[in-house]
Design a protein around this ligand. Sequence first.
Ligand SMILES: Nc1nc2c(ncn2[C@@H]2O[C@H](COP(=O)(O)OP(=O)(O)O)[C@@H](O)[C@H]2O)c(=O)[nH]1
Ligand SMILES: [Mg+2]
Ligand SMILES: [Zn+2]
Length: 286
Amino acid sequence: MKKVQTGQIVEFYSNSCLVKTKFGEFSCLAIKNVVVGDFVELEIIQDSKKLNGKILSIQERKTKLSKSDGSKTKLFAANISHVGIIVTPKPKTSSEFIDKWILKSKLSNIEPFIINNKIDIESDNEYKIKLGIYKSLGITNIDCSAKHGDNLKELIDFLKQKSVLFVGNSGAGKSTLSSKLIGKKLKTNSLSNEQGVHTTSISSLYELQNNTKIIDSPGMRDIEIKNYSKDHIISGFEEILEASKGCKFTNCNHINNKGCLVIEGLANGQINQSRYNNFIKFRDNG
Ligand SMILES: Nc1nc2c(ncn2[C@@H]2O[C@H](COP(=O)(O)OP(=O)(O)O)[C@@H](O)[C@H]2O)c(=O)[nH]1
Ligand SMILES: [Mg+2]
Ligand SMILES: [Zn+2]
């Protein structure tokens, strides 16, 4: 084994992390800005009894996801390829939640898709229409029941070669789904350091077969979109962006201008009202 190896951060604690290499996992001190999912170069160091790693550098990230608490934006995961938005009839997932995550994913160069969970329980017509909107936008929709295991095979197939973060409201089934897919109880999320002190894991990455990776970051709750510039918001609404290209005035606000093709699309049903409402809301009120 060479002294310098490449590995991926699979567990992240407040000041240390676990790096997975082809020779096993090595505990390392975290360096500035490193997050779960990062690929790093590490030097293997023979400690008194065991091997440890020292992170030398972080490889360029394919994607980055960050969260903001108040005024600060903090990176929390790297190299995620897909965000699975878990949508449920109960608790009812709002279209605002879905549109926020589609926006956030698109602006992060990550592919969003929808997991329609809890297909074993009743859902009303409004719910079916809501799902239909996203299907018609070309967003992948996978129906399943995490609890009963229905249709999980389709989801597992879809997840081949992908690194995914599941998002959903509290009670949507994130934990149920993750543990079904991982096939065992989730890690206890604690690890004892040299002094025998338990530290709590902030986020973890689980590797499944077929090179599927599941990122679990419990701290990931409310996402903020306030930090995005108004001009960027439309990128999360592809159908509105497309229509807007035909607006008569280049600085059209898509609200009350003559010759606005977004308003026209809304009137003739090509643009969905709730998508439009969320677009205006995110753009004008953050
Ligand atoms: N009926 C039904 N209940 C489910 C399903 N998936 C999860 N649940 C239940 O929903 C509740 C919340 O699930 P949990 O995984 O803790 O949600 P989380 O808050 O997103 O992590 C639990 O009581 C689960 O048993 C499902 O497919 N069908
Ligand atoms: Mg949970
Ligand atoms: Zn317009």
